[in-house]
Design a protein. Structure first.
Lengths: 285, 329
């Protein structure tokens, strides 16, 4: 199952084999995402200065995404918002990955540790995800940091589950038993025999987590938690645009959301194709 | 069905729920207690008041009582069924939650059904036509839906159907300026359609993808091969062997999706200003209405748990094969 399944050997990239095509696709998408982040850091304040002469303009060649009620160019605001979203997503999913590595390894040590970890996972899944993020971010006093930490603290569950299942399977292997009989400690085995097998899972898990983290961050900001209204976050742009919907300024909502959708699709596709490269069983699909 | 087995099962689940709720209560209370929120500020809003009055209010809201004492008071009232008074609605939290949750339940139930039926049908079609253009179209549609932010879809729907075409009202669950007894059933339905459709979109994608995978798996099985050898084909084959085997896992998955449904409802209600529990949760969070927020957290935990419970019951009693399959993988 893939959005951009490069299967048949025909079309534009006939000269490449499947693996090369997959790598090509991944690198193209990565360059796109990287370009968004890099260019968003170069936005200077002049580009976002208010200019009431050109407020609420429909999309044109000069302003491809139109302008808002303060005459700011929506394309630049969207770019800034996407950059911010990707950075927050990166931060949140790396923190979440580290947490699932630790918890996953912890669960491999013994029975009691394992049940504690799976109980923690169940506890975090018992409240709707969005509500959990709201709750944690309030507990941290709101603000940008509150939202980032809340998003980071709530995404480790699914990866931890995957890692736990994987560990359970690895632990039945003969070499683990032999190593145990040679007198190695459980922690040593976890570190030297189990961890290396999990690296692909972590790489993949981080990438797959990205879109979720970005979507949740955007949703929570859209609802009005966290980032201040001056920040060019996608959620804030969209919640602002709600006020102008009945006035017919459709571009305020349409383009920023569409760009977010494209970014998320790009991450999904990278994850999907990365899985093909990392997983030898699926490499020939 | 074995009643003894059922009662043991339910007893275990009830105990689990009680334990879970205790932990959720303690944890969420602790989290909110960490917050630098000032309940007096939340109560009076932007008004300016005398220091004496502030001190009085502080005493009333128990700002200076130690946290564990506050928790014990709250928990004691909770056991009596009293969840305190909502700071923003100025009425008992129980009433707010009841009213709001009833409104949300209508929205969630209808979109849950819609997404289940639509997703299942799409999944069956895609699975039957595996590899064809229809299958690819449905797949792309599902991927895009899964990646689209719910609130953005809601905005776009509002833009197209309410603002440009004018088919549906822009928001709320009843018409503005009409006395509540004059609101007709049709009015309510009319206001419900757009939020329901938006909320169901997310569920459609996941159910359709799941059904598709499962159906393809079933169609490759030995018994389908045998059925084909006997001369069955086309839609009869899918109806007799495919749908029957795929329906139950899909229904189970739909029950497991209660958590996402609730999250989606929060966003959709916010965009359509639908007066449901999600909107109340956002208002409570933004304006620091701690009693209401805690109550909503508890209610949502029970809601999610009941979805999981139904799924578990399907595993346990209706079709134990699903459980065995899960264990093998």
């Amino acid at each position: 199952m893939s959005t951009a399944a490069v299967t048949a050997n025909r079309g534009l990239f006939k000269g490449f084999n499947l693996r090369q095509k997959t790598i090509l696709l991944i690198s193209c998408l990565s360059v796109l995402l990287l370009a968004i982040v890099v260019s968003s850091t170069f936005i200077d304040d002049n580009a976002l200065s208010t200019d009431f002469r050109s407020k609420n303009l429909a999309p044109s060649l000069e302003h491809p995404f139109g302008t808002d009620w303060m005459g700011r160019d929506m394309f630049i605001r969207t770019l800034g918002g996407l950059g911010l979203s990707i950075v927050i997503g990166a931060l949140a999913s790396s923190i979440s990955t580290v947490m699932s590595v630790i918890l996953g390894l912890l669960s491999s040590i013994g029975k009691i540790e394992d049940s504690i970890v799976s109980w923690l996972v169940d506890l975090f899944l018992s409240i709707p995800h969005l509500l959990l993020i709201i709750l944690i971010s309030i507990g941290l006093g709101g603000g940008a940091t509150g939202v980032i930490i809340a998003v980071a603290l709530s995404h480790w569950t699914s990866l931890t589950r995957v890692v736990r299942a994987e560990i359970k399977q690895i632990k039945t292997q003969d070499y683990i038993h032999i190593s145990r009989n040679f007198g190695r400690s459980r922690w040593w085995i976890a570190k030297n025999h189990i961890l290396p097998h999990l690296v692909p899972q972590f790489v993949l898990g981080t990438i797959v987590m990205f879109p979720h983290a970005i979507l949740h961050e955007a949703s929570v900001t859209f609802l009005g938690f966290g980032l201040s209204p001056h920040q060019p976050a996608i959620g804030i742009i969209l919640s602002e645009s709600m006020k102008y919907l009945s006035a017919g300024y459709w571009w305020l909502a349409f383009f920023p959301g569409l760009s977010l959708l494209i970014v998320i699709l790009a991450f999904d596709m990278i994850g999907e194709n990365m899985g093909k490269i990392l997983d030898p069983k699926r490499a020939h699909e | 069905m074995n009643y003894r087995k059922l009662s043991i099962f339910m007893g275990k689940k009830a105990l689990k729920l009680v334990f879970l709720l205790i932990v959720v209560c303690i944890a969420s209370f602790w989290i909110v207690e960490q917050s630098p929120i000032d309940p007096v500020r939340a109560y009076i809003g932007e008004m300016s008041i005398q220091p004496e009055q502030k001190a009085k209010l502080e005493e009333y809201w128990g700002v200076n009582t130690p946290a564990h004492e506050k928790f014990l008071n709250w928990a004691e009232n909770l056991l009596k069924g009293d969840l305190g008074t909502s700071l923003i609605y100025r009425m008992p939290v129980t009433d707010v939650v009841k009213e709001r949750f009833a409104a949300s339940l209508v929205l969630m139930a209808s979109s849950w059904l819609l997404s289940g039926v639509l997703g299942f049908v799409l999944g069956i079609i895609a699975g039957m036509k595996n590899g064809t253009l229809i299958d690819k179209a449905i797949k792309v549609y599902c991927y895009i839906l899964l990646a689209a932010p719910t609130f953005w879809l809601a905005l776009i729907f509002l833009l197209i159907f309410a603002v440009n075409l004018g088919w549906f009202p822009v928001g709320l669950s009843v018409p503005i300026g009409v006395a509540s007894e004059d609101v007709t059933f049709f009015d309510r339905i009319h206001h419900l359609i757009l939020p329901t459709v938006t909320l169901s979109l997310l569920g459609v994608a996941s159910i359709a993808m799941f059904t598709r995978e499962k159906l393809i798996e079933v169609m490759e099985s030995d018994y389908v091969l045998f059925a084909k050898a006997r001369g069955e084909k086309g839609s009869t084959l899918v109806k007799r062997h495919g749908i029957r085997n795929v329906a139950l896992p899909a229904i189970t998955l739909q029950f497991l999706g209660f958590s996402e449904l609730f999250g989606g409802a929060v966003l959709v209600e916010q965009v359509f200003s639908y007066p449901g529990i999600g909107q109340a949760a956002v208002a409570a969070g933004l304006r620091s209405d701690v009693p209401l927020l805690l109550a909503i957290v508890i209610v949502s935990a029970v809601f999610v748990y009941s979805g999981n419970l139904i799924a578990d019951m399907i595993y346990e009693f209706v079709d134990p094969r699903i459980k065995q399959q899960e264990m093998r993988t």
